[in-house]
Every structure is written in C-alpha cells, then in structure tokens.
Design a protein around this ligand. Sequence first.
Ligand code: SF4
Length: 719
Amino acid sequence: MLDKKLFSNTSHASVYDYEFQKHLKSAPWQEWLGKSGYFEVKEEYLTKIHNWILSTKRNTVKGLERFKHRDLIHGTTQSFDEAYFRYKDRQLRIFRGEYAYHKRVNKNFKWLDDENGNLLEINDNDWIILSLPFCGNGDVHKHMGDIFEVCQQKNIPLLLDCAWFGTCENIPIDVYHPAITEVSFSLSKGIGLGNVRSGIRYSNYDDDGSPIRQQNNYNHLPLASAQIGIWQMEKFGPDYLFDKYENIRDYVCHINGIHTTNCIHIGLLPKHHAEYESYLVNNLYSKVGIRQALKDKGSRMLSSVTNNIKQGKTVADDPIFCLAPFTSVYYKASQKIASFCCVQEERQKIQTGETLSDWWVSDHSKNMRKDFLNGKWPSACSYCENKESAGHRSDRYDFRKFSKAIKSVSIDKGNEIEKPLYVDYRPDNLCNLMCTMCSPSNSNLVEKLWKQFPDLFPKKEETISETRNVEHDLIMDNAVINKNTIQLKVLGGEPTINSRVHDVFRYCIENGYDKNIDLKMTTNFTNINSTYELIDSFKSIKVNASLDGTGPTYEYIRRPAHWYKVKENIIDYFKRYENKKEKYGFSTNVVFQLANAFTMKDWIPELFELYYETGKNIISGKINFLNCTFPIGTQLSALPDKMKDPIVKDIEFLLEQFKGKDDQTHNLKQLLSYVQNSQFTERDLVAYQKRFKAMDQYKKTDITSLHPAFEELMNYEVK
Ligand code: SF4
C-alpha cells in the first residue's frame, strides 16, 4: 500500500525546498526600499527570467525570440485568464490530465482525447491550452506535434503553458512552430514562489486592450513579486530541484513500483500496480504526487544509505542514521532485556505483562528513531559514536544492508511491516567454556568464577543462571519471529548445547519461516552435533567460529576446550559444506587481547592457514579481529609502552612472512594499529595482575607458562 501522506492521489504540487524559504528570509528589503522608485524592476526581471529559462542544462529551449512581446505576468494563471477572455467565443479544448483549473473555470470545456488517449476531431472554432511538460504524465504529450499541425491548418489559437518548467528534465521546448500563439512561464513551481507569483508571457499580441499588454504598458504590475523573483533566480537555477532530488526520487519510485517521469514531483503507476485505479486522473493517467515522499526524512535517510552502498561508499559517508532501530531487535531472553543491537547502551527490561511488541513501540524506541531521523546520535549509541569519532567502523555498518528490505521508516512503527526483520537472539549464558575475556552474562562457568571472586566484574552483573528457566521465549510468544523475518542470529553461551536455541529453530521450521531466514550462528566449535541437522532447511547458514588463537594460546584462553578437537570439527564443517557455498558460509572472530598478544608468531600462521587455505572454498570475508574492550585487565592497555615493542616486532616479522597476501596483511596491519593505539594505564595493569591470578587459581591454568612476558607483567611495578 502506498502511504497517501507521502504519495498523494489528489495533490501534484511541486517540491518546496527549505532553501527557498531560507534564501527569501535573507532578502535585502532595507536596501530595496531605500531606493527611490523601489521595485521598478520590470525590464530587469524580463531579461533575467528570459536568460534564466535559457540557462537550463537539463532541457532545451528554442524559438522564444520569435515573439515580439515579453510581458510580466502574475504567473501563468494570468495568461490563462486573459486567454479565456480573449477566446470566449471559441470552444476550449484540453487533453485529459491537463491542469484542472481550466475545467473548474470553464465548465463547457471539451476533451481533445478519449479515454484511450486517442485524438478527437478538432473544429475550426476551438482553441487549445497545452502544458509542456504535460501535467498528465510529466512528459511531452504524445499528440503535441499533431495538434500543432491541425492548429496551423485551421488557424486555431494555442497557448503553450510551461508552468512546470523548473521541475523537469529532457523536455525539448521548441516554440518555433507558427501554431503557437503564446507561451507562458512562471517561477511558482521551479523555485518555490507560489505565494509570490510572477512569470513571463511571450506573444505577438499588439496592444488590443487586453489586460496583460495594458498592464505592462502602464506598469500596473506585481513589481514586488518581480523583485523577489530576481532575488531567487540569482540563487536557484531552473535545474535546481532535479539536481537536488533526482537520487531520492529514483529511490522512492523504485522501491514503491512507481515509474519516474520527466518532472521531479510526479510519478506514474503502471497498469499492473495494485493501486493503479486509486491514482487514476481523468481515467487515463495513474498519477502520483511524490512531493512529500521526496521531503520525508526517512526516505531521505534510506535513499542516501542505499545510494552510498551502490557507489561503494563507507558508512562514514552516510548521514548519522542507523537502520537498527527501524529493523532489528536484540533480545536476551534469560534477563528479558531488549535493545536494537548488541552494543547499544540503555537497554530496556521487559516488565512482567509486557511484550516485545510493546517495547518496539515504546517511548524509548520512538525517541531513538526520532534522533536518527533528525540526524543526531541517540545517547544510547555512544559506543558507535565514539568508535566513529576515533576513525573506526562502527556496528551500524552491519545494519545498512536492511535498507533494501524495507520501503519506509517511521518513528512510531519502525517500518511498514511494523516489526523487526532481524532478530538477534541470546537465550542465556549456558556454555561449556570459560574464556578469559568472557563475562558472567555470557557463560555460566564464568558466572561461577565471578561468584567466587565477586570483585572481578562490575556489580551490575546479575545472577543469570537463576533466570535461565523463564517459561517461554517472548520472541516466539509475540511472533517477533514471523513470516517477515529475514535474519536470525543466535549466540550464547554456546548455542549448539542449548535446548532453547533448538526450540527456536523448531519454531521457525514448524511455521515455515526458516525458508525466508538467513541464519547466523556463533559457536565455539567444540562440537558438531544434531544442531546442524536442524538448521539445514534455513535459507542460508553462516557459522561464525570464535577462535582466539591456536594451540596452547587457544587452550589457555578458551578453557577447557582442546584445540586439536576444535580444529578437527572446523575442518569437518569445511568438508561437509565447501561445495555448497551459496548456502553455507564460515567466518571467524578473534578477540585480540593481552593473553594472545605475545604468542602471535606461534598461532597466527596456523590460524591463517586454517582459514585462508583450508577454508578457502567456504569462508566469507577476512578474519574479524576484534580489539578486546572488556573486562578490565584483559586488554592491551595493561601493557607499559616498552613491553609493546616485542609485539610490534612480531607483527612486523609476520607482515614480512605474509607479504603479497592482501587479506593476511590487512589483518596484521589492523593488529598493529590496535597495539600502537593502546594507552597504558596503571589501573589496567593492576587489574591484569589481580584478574589473571584469580582466573588461574580457579581454572587451574598458568598464564606465566604461556610466555615469559606475563611473568614480567605480573611483577611489574610502576615507578
Ligand atoms: S548506532 Fe550502533 S549502538 Fe546505535 S543502534 Fe546502531 S548499531 Fe546499535
């Protein structure tokens, strides 16, 4: 359904650009009124508008010099009014779709064409008004040439109305034909002067006592309007609207199945369009007024993101606008916490009796959308905002692709489907590992560690395991996953061992939603079990392996996993699916942190070989190295500057080793920038010493056996 507020079937007004009003406000009234004979600008106006018309680069204009007289008028309407008077004894003929004013003023008008668009007979006593561009379809009327010939043969007057000049492109305005008795232009449509009308009429009428020539001879003219017209013409050319709105016009028309025309503010519906009938004008043209859609903030945001993607531009070129609040939900079932993405702050707790649908339309959700439509960062998005200010790509990049899946965005409902299309589902913290950089909310084993060492994590962490037994998942109960869902992402804990994840997969399959869903699952690959049989029927499957090293480094960080087993499982996955790349994908996240920084020469080559060589037929993209940001004590900021030197040297060595391999060197350069940009703080050093001692005690590991630098760091004292 076309939104009638954006796509009008009753109004086909031109685009009013805010810049028009802004420039009007700066008009030098004092200066104008300070002159004696102020507003005496008739000749200046006529010269200006004539040259302004000829200055178009998007259209061609020829033959205006054929007319003896150039008269200043109150917009094209004044030329019509005079022509009604001049030709009152003749029969007015217009085409279907023509400017409706003629019909309203001349009740006895007659059509020039039938309902199929065929030309009807023209009589000697007729006269004709024809718009160019033609108001019915924003193009040259298909019978214009025929009409000119008949008018010439039968000596029939023809007024050519160029009121829509300034809104059009590719219109050949050639007025040499002798059949044309007058041509009028105005500034109302092209540069927003509908409330301060003025224009020009070209004719060969000598002063026969008719109003326009009389008024021009006696200078009884809208001279203040002319002065303002000059002011606006100096700023805005006749192609201004097309230059500014063409991209967004193409976008809104394309996604709504509307055909573009040669006029920026109207589109046409093809016969097969579901709403063809409701936009029909005079039973011939299904004409859509698209002015509001072009000005709609949401359309503007969506079209600029889409165009940037098309042109290969990065998210840094996008406006401050994220698609997540309009398309996505991130839901932590065990804690009943919802947000639009996994990095958003100020997440919302779904209260008893509330649903995710309530959250979707809550004030908090609406306010975030409103901020983005106003081009500013919501306070909850400081993570992305800070990342981008530091010159890094933020998470909003991942949501750009959803611009293709929706036609419109709205503050109240998010999008036209009124539900999220992407569900990021985190059931609970059930996990079989206790990784160094993990938190209690992501692993029940880390939760146990935290209970023994409560100071290791911020106080706000809740006890998760107790909430694991929530009765039902709101994403199933509220049909948050439904036939419109196009992406489902599951993370744990570890999803392959979680029956709640399996329940959600079954729910999708039983309801037939799986066929439409691109499934993404992040797993630690400690096992390949029946989960993989369950996900087979989804539209596509991308499995993301969490690996933070290989060999001893891996086993230290991802305790108690065994590297040889994980590697075997990954190779198994490659073998199973490598010939089905169109459906199955594989990617890897590596959290770059203190615990894997000193052993890179050991694990990077093996990881690169596994991913880029063994997995070459199934991988999607490069290895995703994430700079560790949590918890305190696990980051490189615990390293005094001089201790970073060997890490930098190792990376330089690896860069040499992988010279010529673009993906690998890209990864290594990224790691180098993480190391170089880390800022030592004593707080983080102390946190390292405390955290790793506690973790080693609990996990029965020993960081100092991984590399001697950890021993040095454990005993490091800031002087
Ligand atoms: S800007 Fe970043 S934090 Fe905000 S909703 Fe988008 S992805 Fe999430």
